[in-house]
Design a protein around this ligand. Sequence first.
Ligand SMILES: Nc1ncnc2c1ncn2[C@@H]1O[C@H](COP(=O)(O)OP(=O)(O)O)[C@@H](O)[C@H]1O
Ligand SMILES: [Mg+2]
Length: 333
Amino acid sequence: MLDPGIKPSSIVAYLDQYVIGQDAAKKTVAVAVYSHYRKLARSERDHTRITKSNVLLIGSSGTGKTLLCDTLSRILDVPFVTAEATSLAQTRYVNEEIEAILQRLLDKANGDVAKAQHGIVYIDEIDKLKADGQPRGTSGESVQHALLKIMEGAPVKLGGQYIDTTNVLFICGGAFVGLSEIMAQTHGYGFVSISSDDNQKILDRLNSRVKPTDLFTFGLIPEFTGRLPIVAHFEDLTRKMLVRIMIEPKDSIYNQFRDIFATESVGLTIEPKVFDQIAEVAFEYKTGARSLRGIFEELITPILYLIPDDPSIQKVTITSLFADPTLERHTKS
Ligand SMILES: Nc1ncnc2c1ncn2[C@@H]1O[C@H](COP(=O)(O)OP(=O)(O)O)[C@@H](O)[C@H]1O
Ligand SMILES: [Mg+2]
């Protein structure tokens, strides 16, 4: 199951290497995963059933929800698969589609049913299963019912064998556009008299808590929200965070391009101002960190085009998004 040496803090430390910010969400997810496997271990010893706490990730598009889950899957030694709620809603064969997800989980476990039954399933874009309007395919609401069944725990037949989803941990993610407006209307903790900053903090926290009724108003059926008791919030990315995302992660865009240049024996330096400019443009696009790579590639592509033809280029320095790069060449001697 989970490596006994893993603690919530070590999960967060690993996530920190790849996911910028989102400290609260990282902690929430780390503790949820840790407790889940603790409970499982005990239930196996005592032969009891566990009360499972699945997790809901809420945050704008491009703020790192999928990235966090992908990264998490690399540190946990459990089978982990990702599925898109939207593709479940686009098919008329929801149950076949769900079976396919569990089949992938089983494949990740190398066919070991017991191992697959302790896996994690991440379902992205869960907010697209709103109970209204889905012109083609299956209605969002019936997809929720189908998912509910496996989240609660059900034996699912795959080929000749059954896989029981009772102990599979489900993480669902979505942007939930419009949820904050719903919350603003329904949250009424403000009338409590406030005597200190601490109380204000408690109030803020209560007011920022998503209530099951808010998710219901949004369009998730009550039984479904009831199966997602843990909610982790992702903050919108600031310009500063966008800059850090380009530079700091182990596999950051900057590091990736420096590696590509290095294979051509060319040094690449991008001055800090350029990252600020890119962050500014990306911020305007309002797609979180998603647009960073595109802007970056547009900047770098013309240079990458030149380099293989000109072995004398030794170093490239970019000083502005709006100026030609400075090229340093070997001096012929
Ligand atoms: N907090 C973050 N830290 C580092 N990179 C991020 C972060 N948020 C987004 N990104 C970058 O943007 C891309 C898209 O983010 P993703 O996790 O798919 O967003 P979503 O929240 O919509 O699932 C990621 O692959 C990653 O490169
Ligand atoms: Mg996503």
